[in-house]
Design a protein around this ligand. Structure first.
Ligand SMILES: *Cc1c(COP(=O)(O)O)cnc(C)c1O
Length: 454
Protein backbone atom coordinates (compact mmCIF):
# COMPACT_ATOMS: atom_id res chain seq x y z
CA UNK A 1 0.00 0.00 0.00
CA UNK A 2 1.17 3.52 -0.85
CA UNK A 3 -0.37 6.22 1.30
CA UNK A 4 -3.39 3.96 1.91
CA UNK A 5 -3.88 2.91 -1.73
CA UNK A 6 -2.71 0.04 -3.93
CA UNK A 7 -0.29 0.58 -6.80
CA UNK A 8 -3.11 -0.37 -9.21
CA UNK A 9 -5.33 2.33 -7.79
CA UNK A 10 -2.53 4.91 -8.12
CA UNK A 11 -1.91 3.89 -11.74
CA UNK A 12 -5.61 4.22 -12.53
CA UNK A 13 -5.79 7.79 -11.25
CA UNK A 14 -2.23 8.80 -12.29
CA UNK A 15 -1.43 6.92 -15.53
CA UNK A 16 2.16 8.16 -15.85
CA UNK A 17 3.04 6.10 -12.76
CA UNK A 18 2.84 3.01 -14.96
CA UNK A 19 5.59 4.42 -17.20
CA UNK A 20 7.70 5.46 -14.21
CA UNK A 21 7.44 2.04 -12.58
CA UNK A 22 8.39 0.43 -15.91
CA UNK A 23 11.48 2.74 -15.90
CA UNK A 24 10.46 4.31 -19.22
CA UNK A 25 11.63 7.80 -20.06
CA UNK A 26 8.71 10.02 -19.14
CA UNK A 27 7.77 13.69 -19.43
CA UNK A 28 5.15 15.48 -17.38
CA UNK A 29 4.18 19.11 -17.78
CA UNK A 30 2.39 20.61 -14.81
CA UNK A 31 -1.21 21.19 -15.92
CA UNK A 32 -1.92 24.06 -13.54
CA UNK A 33 0.93 26.55 -13.56
CA UNK A 34 0.21 29.97 -12.18
CA UNK A 35 1.65 33.31 -13.24
CA UNK A 36 4.75 34.18 -11.23
CA UNK A 37 2.99 37.18 -9.68
CA UNK A 38 0.54 34.74 -8.12
CA UNK A 39 2.78 31.78 -7.28
CA UNK A 40 6.09 33.28 -6.18
CA UNK A 41 4.59 33.83 -2.72
CA UNK A 42 4.30 30.04 -2.31
CA UNK A 43 8.06 29.95 -1.63
CA UNK A 44 8.03 32.07 1.51
CA UNK A 45 11.25 33.82 0.47
CA UNK A 46 11.74 37.06 -1.43
CA UNK A 47 14.10 38.92 -3.74
CA UNK A 48 15.47 40.63 -0.61
CA UNK A 49 16.54 37.23 0.78
CA UNK A 50 18.40 36.44 -2.44
CA UNK A 51 19.99 39.91 -2.43
CA UNK A 52 21.13 39.31 1.16
CA UNK A 53 22.76 36.02 0.13
CA UNK A 54 24.41 37.70 -2.83
CA UNK A 55 25.81 40.47 -0.63
CA UNK A 56 27.19 37.85 1.77
CA UNK A 57 29.03 36.10 -1.06
CA UNK A 58 30.49 39.47 -2.07
CA UNK A 59 31.70 40.07 1.52
CA UNK A 60 33.50 36.71 1.43
CA UNK A 61 35.16 37.37 -1.95
CA UNK A 62 38.38 38.77 -0.48
CA UNK A 63 38.74 35.68 1.71
CA UNK A 64 37.94 33.26 -1.12
CA UNK A 65 40.42 34.72 -3.61
CA UNK A 66 43.22 34.18 -1.09
CA UNK A 67 42.12 30.76 0.16
CA UNK A 68 41.32 29.50 -3.36
CA UNK A 69 43.65 31.15 -5.91
CA UNK A 70 41.59 29.66 -8.78
CA UNK A 71 38.96 32.31 -7.94
CA UNK A 72 41.49 35.15 -8.34
CA UNK A 73 40.40 35.83 -11.93
CA UNK A 74 36.77 36.37 -10.89
CA UNK A 75 37.74 38.44 -7.83
CA UNK A 76 36.73 35.72 -5.38
CA UNK A 77 33.28 35.20 -6.90
CA UNK A 78 32.44 31.53 -7.55
CA UNK A 79 30.87 31.57 -11.00
CA UNK A 80 30.81 29.61 -14.26
CA UNK A 81 30.43 30.76 -17.85
CA UNK A 82 27.80 30.05 -20.51
CA UNK A 83 28.66 28.83 -23.99
CA UNK A 84 26.67 27.98 -27.12
CA UNK A 85 26.25 24.37 -28.29
CA UNK A 86 25.53 24.73 -32.03
CA UNK A 87 26.97 21.37 -33.09
CA UNK A 88 25.22 19.44 -30.35
CA UNK A 89 21.97 21.27 -31.19
CA UNK A 90 22.12 20.01 -34.78
CA UNK A 91 22.95 16.45 -33.70
CA UNK A 92 20.07 16.41 -31.19
CA UNK A 93 17.67 17.29 -34.02
CA UNK A 94 18.80 14.07 -35.72
CA UNK A 95 18.75 12.06 -32.52
CA UNK A 96 15.26 13.11 -31.48
CA UNK A 97 13.93 13.12 -35.06
CA UNK A 98 12.57 16.65 -35.18
CA UNK A 99 13.81 20.11 -36.02
CA UNK A 100 14.15 22.25 -32.93
CA UNK A 101 14.37 26.01 -33.34
CA UNK A 102 16.00 28.64 -31.17
CA UNK A 103 19.49 28.18 -29.81
CA UNK A 104 21.06 25.76 -27.35
CA UNK A 105 23.45 26.90 -24.60
CA UNK A 106 25.36 25.32 -21.73
CA UNK A 107 25.74 26.70 -18.19
CA UNK A 108 29.02 25.26 -17.04
CA UNK A 109 28.52 24.73 -13.30
CA UNK A 110 30.48 21.57 -14.04
CA UNK A 111 33.48 23.90 -14.02
CA UNK A 112 32.69 26.01 -10.96
CA UNK A 113 35.86 26.68 -8.98
CA UNK A 114 36.62 25.00 -5.63
CA UNK A 115 34.42 21.91 -5.98
CA UNK A 116 33.50 21.44 -9.67
CA UNK A 117 29.74 21.05 -9.32
CA UNK A 118 26.57 23.05 -8.73
CA UNK A 119 27.06 22.30 -4.99
CA UNK A 120 29.77 24.97 -5.03
CA UNK A 121 26.83 27.38 -4.94
CA UNK A 122 24.49 26.21 -2.19
CA UNK A 123 26.91 24.04 -0.21
CA UNK A 124 29.67 26.60 0.02
CA UNK A 125 27.19 29.39 0.68
CA UNK A 126 25.76 27.57 3.69
CA UNK A 127 29.23 27.02 5.19
CA UNK A 128 30.10 30.70 4.70
CA UNK A 129 26.80 31.81 6.25
CA UNK A 130 27.41 29.62 9.28
CA UNK A 131 31.01 30.84 9.59
CA UNK A 132 29.89 34.45 9.40
CA UNK A 133 27.18 33.94 12.05
CA UNK A 134 29.73 32.38 14.42
CA UNK A 135 32.45 34.94 13.71
CA UNK A 136 30.09 37.90 14.23
CA UNK A 137 28.73 36.44 17.47
CA UNK A 138 32.27 35.61 18.64
CA UNK A 139 33.46 39.18 17.94
CA UNK A 140 36.06 37.83 15.52
CA UNK A 141 34.58 39.87 12.69
CA UNK A 142 32.48 42.91 11.92
CA UNK A 143 30.28 43.21 8.85
CA UNK A 144 32.44 45.99 7.37
CA UNK A 145 35.77 44.20 7.94
CA UNK A 146 37.87 42.81 5.13
CA UNK A 147 36.92 39.13 5.33
CA UNK A 148 40.45 38.12 4.36
CA UNK A 149 41.04 38.05 8.16
CA UNK A 150 39.12 34.76 8.17
CA UNK A 151 42.19 33.10 6.69
CA UNK A 152 44.29 33.90 9.80
CA UNK A 153 45.55 31.29 12.28
CA UNK A 154 43.41 32.94 14.93
CA UNK A 155 40.28 32.51 12.84
CA UNK A 156 41.13 28.90 12.00
CA UNK A 157 41.61 28.14 15.69
CA UNK A 158 38.26 29.79 16.42
CA UNK A 159 36.37 27.74 13.80
CA UNK A 160 38.26 24.64 14.98
CA UNK A 161 36.04 24.59 18.07
CA UNK A 162 33.02 23.93 15.87
CA UNK A 163 31.80 21.01 13.80
CA UNK A 164 29.80 20.65 10.62
CA UNK A 165 28.03 17.45 9.57
CA UNK A 166 26.31 16.60 6.29
CA UNK A 167 24.82 13.59 4.50
CA UNK A 168 25.80 13.30 0.84
CA UNK A 169 25.90 11.19 -2.32
CA UNK A 170 29.25 12.87 -2.99
CA UNK A 171 29.19 16.37 -4.42
CA UNK A 172 27.53 18.14 -1.51
CA UNK A 173 30.05 16.45 0.79
CA UNK A 174 32.89 17.70 -1.44
CA UNK A 175 31.67 21.29 -1.29
CA UNK A 176 30.94 21.35 2.45
CA UNK A 177 34.09 19.39 3.24
CA UNK A 178 36.52 21.44 1.15
CA UNK A 179 35.10 24.78 2.31
CA UNK A 180 34.58 23.76 5.94
CA UNK A 181 38.08 22.29 6.25
CA UNK A 182 39.65 25.38 4.64
CA UNK A 183 38.07 27.60 7.30
CA UNK A 184 39.21 25.22 10.06
CA UNK A 185 35.95 23.48 10.99
CA UNK A 186 35.86 19.83 12.05
CA UNK A 187 33.77 18.38 9.21
CA UNK A 188 32.10 14.96 9.07
CA UNK A 189 30.55 13.78 5.80
CA UNK A 190 28.12 10.85 5.92
CA UNK A 191 28.39 9.25 2.48
CA UNK A 192 25.71 7.06 0.92
CA UNK A 193 26.71 3.71 -0.58
CA UNK A 194 26.80 5.06 -4.15
CA UNK A 195 29.42 7.76 -3.42
CA UNK A 196 32.58 7.47 -5.54
CA UNK A 197 35.81 6.36 -3.93
CA UNK A 198 37.77 9.32 -5.34
CA UNK A 199 35.44 11.77 -3.62
CA UNK A 200 35.97 10.05 -0.27
CA UNK A 201 39.74 9.97 -0.83
CA UNK A 202 39.88 13.64 -1.74
CA UNK A 203 37.95 14.63 1.38
CA UNK A 204 40.10 12.50 3.67
CA UNK A 205 43.23 14.05 2.16
CA UNK A 206 41.91 17.42 3.36
CA UNK A 207 41.32 16.27 6.90
CA UNK A 208 37.57 15.64 6.61
CA UNK A 209 36.08 12.66 8.48
CA UNK A 210 34.19 10.46 6.01
CA UNK A 211 31.68 7.96 7.40
CA UNK A 212 30.60 5.37 4.84
CA UNK A 213 27.05 4.03 4.98
CA UNK A 214 25.82 0.88 3.24
CA UNK A 215 22.49 2.52 2.49
CA UNK A 216 21.11 5.32 0.34
CA UNK A 217 21.04 9.07 0.65
CA UNK A 218 18.06 9.42 2.99
CA UNK A 219 19.78 7.20 5.55
CA UNK A 220 23.06 9.11 5.20
CA UNK A 221 21.17 12.33 5.93
CA UNK A 222 19.41 10.77 8.92
CA UNK A 223 22.77 9.70 10.38
CA UNK A 224 24.23 13.16 9.93
CA UNK A 225 21.20 14.76 11.55
CA UNK A 226 21.44 12.34 14.48
CA UNK A 227 25.13 13.05 15.06
CA UNK A 228 24.58 16.80 14.97
CA UNK A 229 21.53 16.59 17.24
CA UNK A 230 23.68 15.17 20.02
CA UNK A 231 26.26 17.95 19.86
CA UNK A 232 25.42 21.65 20.28
CA UNK A 233 28.77 22.62 18.68
CA UNK A 234 27.79 20.79 15.49
CA UNK A 235 25.92 22.44 12.62
CA UNK A 236 23.99 20.04 10.39
CA UNK A 237 23.64 20.99 6.73
CA UNK A 238 20.12 19.77 6.08
CA UNK A 239 19.75 19.11 2.36
CA UNK A 240 16.11 18.12 2.85
CA UNK A 241 15.01 21.45 4.30
CA UNK A 242 17.75 24.07 4.18
CA UNK A 243 16.72 27.58 3.23
CA UNK A 244 20.36 28.65 3.15
CA UNK A 245 21.32 26.06 0.56
CA UNK A 246 18.33 27.17 -1.51
CA UNK A 247 19.32 30.85 -1.34
CA UNK A 248 22.91 30.05 -2.27
CA UNK A 249 21.65 28.41 -5.44
CA UNK A 250 19.20 31.23 -6.15
CA UNK A 251 22.02 33.80 -6.49
CA UNK A 252 22.95 32.09 -9.78
CA UNK A 253 20.05 33.84 -11.52
CA UNK A 254 21.23 37.47 -11.29
CA UNK A 255 24.66 36.37 -12.49
CA UNK A 256 23.13 34.50 -15.44
CA UNK A 257 21.09 37.57 -16.30
CA UNK A 258 24.31 39.57 -16.69
CA UNK A 259 25.92 36.83 -18.79
CA UNK A 260 22.97 36.46 -21.16
CA UNK A 261 22.74 40.22 -21.58
CA UNK A 262 26.47 40.32 -22.42
CA UNK A 263 25.86 37.60 -25.02
CA UNK A 264 23.04 39.72 -26.52
CA UNK A 265 20.41 37.13 -25.65
CA UNK A 266 16.99 38.64 -25.11
CA UNK A 267 14.61 37.05 -22.61
CA UNK A 268 10.96 38.14 -22.72
CA UNK A 269 7.56 36.77 -23.73
CA UNK A 270 8.56 36.62 -27.42
CA UNK A 271 12.06 35.29 -26.58
CA UNK A 272 11.40 32.59 -23.98
CA UNK A 273 14.23 31.07 -21.97
CA UNK A 274 14.01 27.34 -21.21
CA UNK A 275 16.27 26.03 -18.45
CA UNK A 276 16.85 22.32 -17.92
CA UNK A 277 18.01 21.45 -14.40
CA UNK A 278 19.13 18.03 -13.14
CA UNK A 279 17.25 17.27 -9.93
CA UNK A 280 18.26 15.14 -6.97
CA UNK A 281 16.59 16.16 -3.74
CA UNK A 282 15.50 19.40 -5.41
CA UNK A 283 17.41 22.13 -3.57
CA UNK A 284 19.75 23.06 -6.40
CA UNK A 285 17.22 23.13 -9.26
CA UNK A 286 14.60 24.60 -6.93
CA UNK A 287 16.85 27.43 -5.76
CA UNK A 288 18.10 28.24 -9.26
CA UNK A 289 14.54 28.17 -10.65
CA UNK A 290 13.30 30.43 -7.84
CA UNK A 291 16.06 32.94 -8.60
CA UNK A 292 15.27 32.77 -12.32
CA UNK A 293 11.56 33.39 -11.74
CA UNK A 294 12.43 36.46 -9.64
CA UNK A 295 14.64 37.78 -12.44
CA UNK A 296 12.70 36.83 -15.58
CA UNK A 297 9.15 36.23 -14.36
CA UNK A 298 6.95 34.29 -16.76
CA UNK A 299 9.49 34.53 -19.61
CA UNK A 300 11.61 31.74 -18.09
CA UNK A 301 10.45 28.12 -18.21
CA UNK A 302 12.15 25.62 -15.91
CA UNK A 303 12.17 21.84 -16.31
CA UNK A 304 13.59 19.39 -13.75
CA UNK A 305 15.39 16.26 -15.02
CA UNK A 306 15.72 13.01 -13.06
CA UNK A 307 17.07 9.50 -13.74
CA UNK A 308 14.46 6.87 -14.67
CA UNK A 309 15.56 4.97 -11.54
CA UNK A 310 15.17 7.98 -9.18
CA UNK A 311 12.15 10.09 -10.21
CA UNK A 312 11.45 11.30 -6.68
CA UNK A 313 10.43 14.88 -7.49
CA UNK A 314 8.23 13.91 -10.42
CA UNK A 315 6.47 11.29 -8.29
CA UNK A 316 6.11 13.61 -5.30
CA UNK A 317 4.63 16.52 -7.25
CA UNK A 318 2.55 14.41 -9.66
CA UNK A 319 0.90 12.45 -6.84
CA UNK A 320 0.77 15.44 -4.50
CA UNK A 321 2.37 13.25 -1.84
CA UNK A 322 5.70 15.12 -1.95
CA UNK A 323 8.11 13.86 0.73
CA UNK A 324 5.48 11.47 2.12
CA UNK A 325 6.55 8.96 -0.57
CA UNK A 326 9.82 7.62 -1.89
CA UNK A 327 10.50 5.90 -5.22
CA UNK A 328 11.05 2.60 -3.41
CA UNK A 329 7.38 2.70 -2.27
CA UNK A 330 6.54 2.26 -5.96
CA UNK A 331 9.08 -0.52 -6.42
CA UNK A 332 11.63 1.75 -8.16
CA UNK A 333 15.17 0.92 -7.00
CA UNK A 334 16.94 4.34 -6.87
CA UNK A 335 20.07 2.85 -8.45
CA UNK A 336 21.69 5.11 -11.06
CA UNK A 337 25.15 6.12 -12.26
CA UNK A 338 24.08 9.77 -12.03
CA UNK A 339 25.94 11.10 -8.99
CA UNK A 340 23.88 13.58 -7.03
CA UNK A 341 20.64 12.40 -8.59
CA UNK A 342 20.34 9.04 -6.76
CA UNK A 343 17.74 10.39 -4.36
CA UNK A 344 14.64 8.37 -3.47
CA UNK A 345 12.73 11.00 -1.51
CA UNK A 346 12.44 14.61 -2.65
CA UNK A 347 12.66 17.67 -0.44
CA UNK A 348 9.13 18.44 0.76
CA UNK A 349 10.03 22.10 1.09
CA UNK A 350 11.07 22.47 -2.56
CA UNK A 351 8.33 20.28 -4.04
CA UNK A 352 5.57 22.22 -2.33
CA UNK A 353 7.11 25.68 -2.64
CA UNK A 354 7.95 25.37 -6.33
CA UNK A 355 5.17 23.24 -7.80
CA UNK A 356 3.27 26.09 -9.42
CA UNK A 357 6.50 27.63 -10.75
CA UNK A 358 8.17 24.64 -12.44
CA UNK A 359 6.85 23.92 -15.93
CA UNK A 360 7.61 20.24 -16.00
CA UNK A 361 9.62 17.19 -15.06
CA UNK A 362 11.12 14.40 -17.12
CA UNK A 363 13.16 11.26 -16.66
CA UNK A 364 16.28 10.14 -18.51
CA UNK A 365 17.79 6.65 -18.61
CA UNK A 366 21.41 6.09 -17.56
CA UNK A 367 22.10 4.85 -21.11
CA UNK A 368 20.85 8.14 -22.56
CA UNK A 369 23.01 10.15 -20.13
CA UNK A 370 26.11 8.14 -21.11
CA UNK A 371 25.31 8.44 -24.83
CA UNK A 372 24.86 12.21 -24.48
CA UNK A 373 28.09 12.41 -22.47
CA UNK A 374 29.96 10.99 -25.48
CA UNK A 375 27.97 13.10 -27.96
CA UNK A 376 28.72 16.29 -25.98
CA UNK A 377 32.42 15.47 -25.94
CA UNK A 378 32.54 14.58 -29.62
CA UNK A 379 30.57 17.60 -30.84
CA UNK A 380 31.59 20.34 -28.43
CA UNK A 381 34.67 19.02 -26.64
CA UNK A 382 33.04 19.43 -23.20
CA UNK A 383 33.57 16.68 -20.61
CA UNK A 384 30.83 16.24 -18.02
CA UNK A 385 29.79 13.64 -15.46
CA UNK A 386 26.68 11.55 -16.37
CA UNK A 387 24.22 13.49 -14.16
CA UNK A 388 25.20 16.74 -15.85
CA UNK A 389 23.78 15.42 -19.13
CA UNK A 390 20.27 14.98 -17.74
CA UNK A 391 19.40 18.49 -18.88
CA UNK A 392 20.22 17.85 -22.54
CA UNK A 393 17.07 15.90 -23.58
CA UNK A 394 14.88 18.73 -22.26
CA UNK A 395 14.88 20.60 -25.58
CA UNK A 396 13.56 17.45 -27.26
CA UNK A 397 10.87 16.91 -24.62
CA UNK A 398 9.60 20.48 -24.93
CA UNK A 399 9.39 20.22 -28.71
CA UNK A 400 7.66 16.83 -28.51
CA UNK A 401 5.04 18.58 -26.37
CA UNK A 402 2.98 15.55 -25.54
CA UNK A 403 0.41 17.24 -23.34
CA UNK A 404 -0.35 20.48 -25.16
CA UNK A 405 2.06 22.31 -22.91
CA UNK A 406 3.31 24.91 -25.42
CA UNK A 407 -0.20 26.06 -26.30
CA UNK A 408 -1.09 26.33 -22.60
CA UNK A 409 2.06 28.36 -22.01
CA UNK A 410 1.13 30.65 -24.93
CA UNK A 411 4.24 29.69 -26.92
CA UNK A 412 3.67 29.63 -30.68
CA UNK A 413 6.14 28.67 -33.42
CA UNK A 414 7.27 32.28 -33.75
CA UNK A 415 8.29 32.47 -30.08
CA UNK A 416 9.88 29.01 -30.22
CA UNK A 417 12.02 30.07 -33.18
CA UNK A 418 13.48 32.80 -30.94
CA UNK A 419 13.82 30.68 -27.81
CA UNK A 420 17.01 30.07 -25.85
CA UNK A 421 17.43 26.61 -24.36
CA UNK A 422 19.94 26.42 -21.51
CA UNK A 423 21.26 23.08 -20.29
CA UNK A 424 22.51 23.40 -16.72
CA UNK A 425 25.65 21.23 -16.54
CA UNK A 426 25.93 20.39 -12.87
CA UNK A 427 29.22 18.53 -12.49
CA UNK A 428 32.27 16.97 -14.07
CA UNK A 429 35.41 19.03 -13.72
CA UNK A 430 36.80 17.13 -10.74
CA UNK A 431 36.26 13.64 -12.16
CA UNK A 432 39.70 11.95 -12.33
CA UNK A 433 40.93 11.36 -15.93
CA UNK A 434 40.76 7.55 -15.77
CA UNK A 435 37.19 7.70 -14.46
CA UNK A 436 36.27 10.13 -17.25
CA UNK A 437 37.79 7.78 -19.80
CA UNK A 438 35.57 4.96 -18.50
CA UNK A 439 32.50 7.21 -18.86
CA UNK A 440 33.49 8.18 -22.41
CA UNK A 441 34.19 4.59 -23.46
CA UNK A 442 30.81 3.52 -22.18
CA UNK A 443 29.03 6.42 -23.88
CA UNK A 444 30.80 5.82 -27.20
CA UNK A 445 29.85 2.14 -27.13
CA UNK A 446 26.20 3.05 -26.55
CA UNK A 447 26.29 5.69 -29.30
CA UNK A 448 27.76 3.22 -31.79
CA UNK A 449 24.92 0.83 -30.95
CA UNK A 450 22.27 3.57 -31.46
CA UNK A 451 23.80 4.47 -34.81
CA UNK A 452 23.81 0.81 -35.86
CA UNK A 453 20.15 0.43 -34.91
CA UNK A 454 19.02 3.84 -36.15
C1 LIG B 1 23.41 17.55 -6.19
C2 LIG B 1 23.49 17.50 -7.66
C3 LIG B 1 22.38 17.80 -8.45
C4 LIG B 1 21.01 18.13 -7.92
O1 LIG B 1 20.93 18.89 -6.75
P1 LIG B 1 19.79 18.61 -5.65
O2 LIG B 1 19.86 19.75 -4.75
O3 LIG B 1 20.13 17.33 -4.98
O4 LIG B 1 18.51 18.48 -6.40
C5 LIG B 1 22.55 17.72 -9.81
N1 LIG B 1 23.72 17.38 -10.38
C6 LIG B 1 24.82 17.11 -9.64
C7 LIG B 1 26.09 16.74 -10.32
C8 LIG B 1 24.73 17.15 -8.26
O5 LIG B 1 25.80 16.87 -7.54
Amino acid sequence: MISGRTLESWCASHPLIRELVALQQTTWFHPALAPVAESIGDVGLTAADVADASARLTRFASYLRRAFPETEGSGGIIESDVRPLPKLHALLGERYGRSMGGSLWLKRDSHLPISGSIKARGGIYEVLKHAEDLALAGKLLRLDDDYAVLGSDKARAFFGQYKIAVGSTGNLGLSIGIMGAALGFQVTVHMSADARQWKKDMLRSRGVTVVEHASDYSVAIAQGRKQAGLDPACHFVDDENSVNLFLGYAVAAERLQTQLAQADIAVDAQHPLFVYLPCGIGGAPGGVAFGLKLVYGDAVHCMFAEPTHSPCMLLGVYTGLHDAVCVQDFGIDNVTAADGLAVGRASGFVGKAMQRLVDGYYTVSDEEMYSLLALMERSEGVRLEPSALAGVPGIGRVHADQQGYLARAGLDSHAMAQATHLVWATGGNMVPPDEMQTYLDKGRRLLAKDWAVG
